[in-house]
Design a protein around this ligand. Structure first.
Ligand code: UD1
Length: 419
């Protein structure tokens, strides 16, 4: 069991480069299933969620050659199975991203039904309703979702109840190989959706409107393998910017598009940070006390739920009281109880957190509740008095490559402890 130990109070400064986006890489890997042959993905982060998606693809019959740490060469020609078992889906919910591609390629899929997770029930009813509208028949059998296309996938209009990222992606992938046109209304607009649509277009798909609420897909009969570079990880970038904001800066984060993080940057400016936007880079510095302000998470281009925990740490040491409202996931405030162990003053009322800024945090042993919450606790340790030890860091390793060495390179006194 490993833990991360942080010694608080060291100022951070310097430059750090982010990897490709986890949430994009996972879907792009799934999308390679749709074009039998050898695809090459570059700028893939070397993180445990990517390893799990690799296992999923291999289980289906693909071969994966790790050309270098960040380049995967995936041959999906040998894929002859369409079964993704619970042992893999239980390790990572995003394994369900293979549903759309398998249906598109084979007209069949059997994917374990994901259970709940640390941040809520996270249903996939919208994925299933949308795919049903395209002509898929579903049944649930011994905990697996069985999908069967009796005829052909046929394009239609699919209005999403909520702009779900995963549902938009599964539908987009299935629609690309459907007969006729599909319109996804109230589609998610996250940059990772655009990255997926770009790769599908390079593969021969015809897609209009990705990045807007209405995506129109003109179905094609086949796709061909491609080479594609994963978009930079805006959330990893935001995490290091939050670290810079907490611990002084200037910290420069490069390797991502600042426009993908615009709402966060604006909020951080309003909190009193100096923010300088450059070409695929942002520099942040803290001038004086952090100003308290309300935030609410919303689908892109709103404030990302994946930056809520890191930002709550900033607000917990800000001057004043504010309300953080979580609109995307039902139980994403588990961080608050851990932060309270470090002296934070946070009250949870349903999907609102009332954060009263305190003058300082004090180091303590804490447990990572989930991926972003775990990273946020390490950030809290950077400004806490004394030692903070964050355990259960397998959550952090799901989404951050070399988190500890990158923080060290900025001057943090942080180390990996193995027990
Ligand atoms: C993706 C990201 C995650 C991010 C989230 C929102 C990946 C691997 N994960 O998750 O990091 O926090 O987008 O930006 O890309 N919902 C339903 N029924 C559905 C689908 C979703 O009720 O069929 C609900 C979910 O329970 C959740 C909300 O809708 O409360 C948003 O989910 P969604 O946008 O689908 O997030 P994910 O794709 O799971």
């Amino acid at each position: 069991m490993e833990a991360i130990r942080v010694v608080g109070g060291r100022p951070l400064a310097g430059t750090v480069k982010v990897e490709g986006a986890k949430n994009s890489a996972l879907k792009l890997m799934a999308a390679t299933l749709m074009a039998p042959g050898v695809s090459r993905l570059t700028n893939v982060p070397n993180i445990s969620d990517v390893h799990v998606m690799g296992k999923v693809l291999k289980r289906l019959g693909a071969t994966i050659d790790v050309e270098d740490e960040h380049t995967l060469v995936i041959d999906t020609a040998p894929v002859a199975s369409w079964v993704t078992p619970y042992e893999l889906v239980a390790q990572m919910r995003a394994s369900t991203a293979v549903l759309g591609p398998l249906i598109a390629r084979f007209g069949e899929a059997r994917v374990a039904m994901p259970g709940g997770c640390n941040i809520g029930a996270r249903k996939i009813d919208m994925h299933l309703a949308g795919l049903t509208a395209l002509g898929v028949e579903f049944s649930v059998d011994h905990g697996d979702i069985k999908a069967h296309v009796p005829d052909r996938l046929r394009g239609t209009v699919v209005p999403l109840e909520f702009a779900s990222v995963g549902a938009t992606e599964n539908l987009l992938m299935a629609a690309v190989l459907a007969e006729g046109d599909t319109t996804i209304e109230n589609a998610a607009r996250e940059p990772e959706i655009c990255d997926l649509a770009e790769m599908l277009a390079e593969m021969g798909a015809e897609i209009e409107g990705a990045g807007s609420p209405t995506i129109v897909v003109h179905g094609v009969s086949e796709l061909h393998p491609v080479e594609h570079e994963v978009v930079g990880d805006r959330i990893e970038a935001g995490t290091f910017l939050a670290a810079g904001a907490l611990a002084g800066g200037p910290v420069t984060v490069e390797g991502f598009e600042p426009v993908h993080l615009e709402m966060v940057l604006r909020k951080y400016e309003a909190m009193g940070m100096g923010v300088e936007r450059g070409e695929r880079r942002v520099t942040i510095r803290r001038d004086g006390q952090i100003r308290s302000l309300d935030i609410q998470t919303l689908p892109f281009p709103g404030f990302p739920t994946d930056m809520q925990a890191q930002t709550m740490v900033l607000l917990s040491v800000a001057g004043g009281t504010c309300v953080v409202t979580e609109n995307i996931f039902e139980s994403r405030f588990m961080l608050a109880a851990e932060l309270a162990r470090m002296g934070a003053d946070i009250t949870i009322e349903g999907h609102h957190a009332i954060v009263h800024g305190v003058p300082a945090l004090s180091g303590a042993p804490v447990t990572a509740p989930d991926l972003r919450g775990g990273a946020a606790l390490v950030l809290a340790g950077l400004v806490a008095d004394g030692y903070t030890t964050v355990s259960d860091i397998h959550h952090i390793e799901r989404g951050y490559e070399n988190f500890v060495p990158k923080l060290q390179s900025l001057g943090a006194e942080v180390s990996l402890l193995s027990a």
